[in-house]
Design a binder for this molecule. Sequence first.
Ligand SMILES: [Zn+2]
Length: 486
Amino acid sequence: MKMTLRLCLVAVAALSAACQRTPPELQAVVDAADAMGGRQKLLELKTLTMEGEGDAPNVGQNTMPDSELPNWKVTEFKRTIDVPNHRMRTQQLRTAQFLFANANTQRQDQRLDGDVAFNAGPDGNPSRASDTVAKDRRMELLQHPVVIVLAALDETGTKLSGFRSAGGQNIVEVETAKGEHLTLAFDALTKLPSRLTSMSDNANLGDVAIDTTFLDYEPVSGVKLPRRITTKIDRFLQFDLRIAKNTVNGDAGDLAAPAGVQNAPAPAAAPIVVTAQPVAKGIWWLAGSGNHRSVVFEFNDHLVLYEVPLNEARSKAVIDKARTLSPKPLTHVIVSHHHFDHSGGIRVAVAEGLTVITHKDAIPFFKDLLARKHSIVPDELSKTPKDAKFEPVDDTVTLKDKAMEVQLYHLRSNPREGTNLFAYIPRDRILVQADLYDSTWQFHHWGQNVIANIEQIRKLKVDKQVPVHGEIEPYAVMVKKMRAAP
Ligand SMILES: [Zn+2]
C-alpha cells in the first residue's frame, strides 16, 4: 500500500516536471496569450471590431520605378471579426491620391465566412468571390494578433516548431490546420505578438514575404490590442492601418454568408483567349480575353511584339499567337513601361529568347525582376535560365527595314508615366500606345500631355490609334474624348 502511494507521488512529480518542460514554441504562444489578457479570456472572445483609417499604396504603378507609390487614402475603415466562427467583414472608403482614370472614390464591403469570400455590390446584393480571394482574405484574418495566437494555440490542428530568439524577438513557425505556414514573432520583453510573416508568389516579384507588424498595444475590456497594423509585400508598403477604436464583443450583426452565396460556385478564372486582328499590312492587334492587348509588327525577316502584359500565362499565350502569324522568327519585344500590369511577361519573354526594347530608365528595375527568385511557383525563366538582352531607348529610336518602319518615342513630362514608349507607323499613320488613352476610361487627366507629345513635340499625323487598353479608334475620336473629360 505504502509502496503504491510512493510510486504515485513519484509519478505526479514526474508529470509536473514534464508539464514544466512545455516546448519553447508553445511556451512563447502561451506567454503571448497571458500578456494579451489570458488564454481563457481570448477563448471566450466573440467579436473584435477595428475602426480607423490608413494608406494603401498602389504597388507597381509609380511614375518612375523607384519613385513614391501612388496612394489610396482609406477612410471609414471598419473590420469586424467573428472570432470563433472565422468570419470577417471589412468596410472602407478609398480615395485615390493620384490621377486616376476612373471614379476616384470607391466604397468597398468585403466578407469572409470560413472558406467562402463574398462582396456586397453597390446595390447591397452579395456575390461570391473566387477561391483565390478567399485564400487572401483568410490570410488577412490571420493578420490580427488575437486570431493568430488562437490559431497557434489550437492543439488539434496547428503545428508549432523552430523556436529561436533574434533581435529582441522570440520567433516560432506556425503551420495551421489549413496548411498555412507563418512565422510569428513576439517581443521578448512584453511577450506580445510583434510580427507575422508568410511567403507568397507574386506575378512580377516572384517569392515575396508578406510582413505584418502589430504596434502600439492598448488595453480594451481586459484584452491588449494593437492600435496600428502595417503590412508590407516585399519592400513595398501595402497597408498602414491606424486604429482609432478597438471594440471587444460589440454587436457585429450577422456575418454568416447567406445561403445563396454559400451554395453558389466560386467563380473560376476566365480562360485566356488571344485573338489576332490585322490592322494594316504586317500589323496585328492581339486582343481576346481581358483588357491588356499586344501588337505584332512584321519586318523583312523577323517579327517584333509590342507589350508582354500581366503575367507569364497571358504573355506566353501572346508570344505563341504571334508565332502563328508568320514563319519569320519573333525576335524582339517592346515593353511599353515598367508598371506591373505591363511588364508581368518580361521574364517569359526573356525565357523565350526575345530581346527587350524599352526605355533606359526601366532597365535597372527589369534586371532586378529578372534576377528574382521564383521558387514557390517556378516559372519558365527559373526552370531554363537565360541572360537578358536589352536595347535601351532614350528619347527616340526607329526600327526600320524595307518591309516596316516603327518609330518609338518616349512620352515626355507625363505626370504618371515616366518610362512610357509609344510607337508610330508613318506608312499607315497608326499610333500604338499603352496608358496614354483607353476608350473605356471615365477621365483623361493626362490628355493634354498626350496630345502635346503627339502633335507639338513629335509632330505626328495620326489617323488611327491601336491600344493596349480599350478599343481601336480613329485618332479624332480619341482626341475628342480626351478633351471632353479631362
Ligand atoms: Zn495600363
